[in-house]
Design a protein around this ligand. Sequence first.
Ligand code: PLP
Length: 425
Amino acid sequence: MQNSQALFERSLQVAPGGVHSPVRAFRSVGGTPVFFARAQGPYLYSVEGDRYIDFCQSFGPNILGHRDPDVEHVLKQTIELGWCFGACEPYSLELAELVKAELPWVERLRFVCSGTEAVMSALRVARAATGRPSILKFEGCYHGHADSLLVKAGSGLAGPSASDSAGVPEFLAAQTLTCPLDDEAALEHVFKNHGSQIAAVIIEPMPANYGLLLQRPEYLQRVAEMARANGSLLILDEVISGFRVAFGGMVERTGIRPDLVTYGKVMGGGLAVGAYAGRADLMDLVAPAGKVYQAGTLSANPLAMRTGWATLNKLKTFRVHSVLEERMQDFAAELKKVLQPAGLTVTHFSSVFWIHPQTGKPLRSLTDLPAGMGDRYKSFFHALLKRGVYMAPSGYEVGFLSLAHETPVLDEALGKIREAVRDIG
Ligand SMILES: Cc1ncc(COP(=O)(O)O)c(C=O)c1O
């Protein structure tokens, strides 16, 4: 097979920027993206045959690691049955029932193919239910690439050189109000001026797309209260945190109950799944039960439904979240010591972590972020890459532990991180 450089040159001829999702292009870290030929457990293997410990884990879905044997078994069984029916089947029902049985706030749910679609559809329901036009989102939160949400967003739009997307009409962007995170006064101000127009407040309850900006529980509570008091719906975007920080995501961790909730990533176990869910009276507005139209040729694809089911079933049966929680505590304690000489540290929650410069205080909003963060990450990223550790190719993306990141793997990674820290000194 050709090497990564040659493959990327070919890709540039067929795809914008050579990629099918922006962060993959290495623009914020520089250099040529590594092309991976295969993956196994905690590892990715490049087309050159090099092994990398993978802390990106496909940006979150692979909570069990790559090619978990139980998920793979179910996937292979399902392939034998066919993989695209465009009709009713029992597999989506089984996954939906598993979710509903565990999460009481999921009274109804609709499967789609991505987090973006889930969020876009939830907003449509909120607008239909309230008859109001506006949405309130928080600066630095990313909710996928639906037009209304590409305003002060994170992920590929994070960092000083990025801006909001071109191609979003001003009249539409004007319906998206924004507010800084961690700022009750700003929140009250927006509601005072626009409360009667706000259909929904949407927030990542664990903001993880502009670094990991862990919120104070009382702030999240205040967001929920303000939404309720103003007749706006609360949408918790759990595309990253759902089934990741607990089976019940941040709803379970905080006790804050949403009107609508969006899922993706872990829910599909690595295949294309998203879902929006919540109160039955709201979800029953969706076609064909109601007048909010939303449909999908590939929705509830049997392969994705079965890998999702196998993943969630394993999470539950093997109490995977407590294993990961404990592993992360130990890993983060060591990582902090290893990073210290470079002036870096780690913020973590459950199996999600973010390496960033030390500032001496918790980072909760964009204004807390130190200047020059991205530049520092570039050299660190490449020092790790050359030693076989693959982090997300942007300093604003978080890292993930999976069940496959067992202690010897993490010890090996710590050794390599220690060497990388020496390099960047
Ligand atoms: C919180 C959140 N919402 C929505 C999305 C969009 O999901 P997708 O990339 O599957 O469209 C993401 C993706 O990273 C996300 O992190």
